[in-house]
Ligand binder design. Structure first.
Ligand SMILES: Nc1ncnc2c1ncn2[C@@H]1O[C@H](COP(=O)(O)OP(=O)(O)OP(=O)(O)O)[C@@H](O)[C@H]1O
Length: 277
């Protein structure tokens, strides 16, 4: 199933905040939306999910598997978000309910979709927790979000997003709130899950180094417009627009891979290890 965004415009409070954005996410592709803060990345994602703020006016087209999403009734969009499209946000705390066990939250969407009994749902929660490599899945499902680390909470949010096996995952800065070593682990996890399932991915980031680790192609946004669109290796080696060039300069300091420091780099996030991509 593929996603096609064409000439997407969004007006908010009389201001055009997204202006003619077009890109494709072919079946199984991993696309990155990248740009500075306020460039329109999150609104693009929210438009795909049918979750734009009240009063937002849209133009253009967003087709999922050939079907127009703009203007679809809320009920249909909600069903799509459960069945076909998963979402992971930046801050797992906001995605998780503090007074429910993580197992219950992981299993919730499966219960709704598959009408499972309480026991079956618990078993599925344990299996899904294991799939995202949460430690001691049998027991961790009985814990509450505040009893987990930030990285573990993000794994729970990923398990929730993927429990119903969506065909497209939208991840909006899913590693930004995490320490750099945990960031790398979460990126690895996302990559392997997306690969295993043949899922498509729209990954939002302001960091070209992060993008280079997960996406094959990048769409660069500035002030609500696409300024460059290319394969990630091209963006890294011969960026055309000043925006991409700036993102590359900023990214160089944070490029991180296990196994050695970049020349002259002061260490990333104080971790004292890592090297250039
Ligand atoms: N609810 C809203 N009401 C009015 N304007 C908004 C609203 N949400 C976002 N905007 C504006 O739309 C523009 C794009 O915002 P968006 O959140 O998509 O940017 P972004 O690239 O995701 O930034 P960030 O990396 O900071 O999340 C910004 O100028 C922002 O101020």
């Amino acid at each position: 199933m593929s996603l096609a965004v064409r000439d997407l415009t969004i007006d908010l409070g009389g201001r055009r905040v997204l202006d003619g954005v077009s890109f494709d996410v072919p079946d199984g592709a991993r696309i990155g939306l990248i740009g500075e803060s306020g460039s329109g990345k999150s609104l693009t994602a929210l438009a795909i999910l049918g979750l734009l703020p009240e009063g937002a006016e849209t133009g253009g087209s967003i087709r999922w598997d050939g079907r127009e999403l703009l203007g679809l009734p809320d009920r249909e969009l909600a069903r799509l978000r459960g069945d076909d499209i998963g979402i992971v946000f930046q801050e797992p705390r906001t995605a998780l309910n503090p007074i429910r066990t993580v197992g219950r939250q992981i299993a919730e969407s499966i219960r709704i979709h598959e009408g499972l009994s309480k026991r079956e749902a618990r078993e599925r929660a344990v299996a899904e927790a294991a799939r995202v490599a949460l430690p001691d899945p049998e027991h961790i499902v009985a814990r509450y979000p505040h009893q987990l680390s930030g990285g573990q909470r993000q794994r729970v949010a990923i398990a929730m997003a993927l429990a119903c096996r969506p065909r497209l995952l939208i991840a909006d800065e899913p590693t930004t709130a995490l320490d750099v070593t945990i960031q790398a682990e979460i990126l690895d996890l996302l990559l392997s899950l997306v690969d295993d399932d043949g899922m498509s991915l729209v990954f939002i980031t302001h960091d070209l180094a992060v993008l280079s680790q997960i996406a094959t192609d990048g769409v660069v946004l500035e002030h609500g417009r696409v300024v460059e669109q290319a394969a990630v290796p091209t963006l890294l080696t011969s960026p055309v627009s000043p925006v991409t060039q700036g993102l590359l300069r900023d990214a160089t300091a944070t490029l991180w891979r296990p196994g050695g420091l970049p020349d002259g780099a002061p260490g990333v996030g104080g971790q004292g290890q890592g090297g250039p991509v």
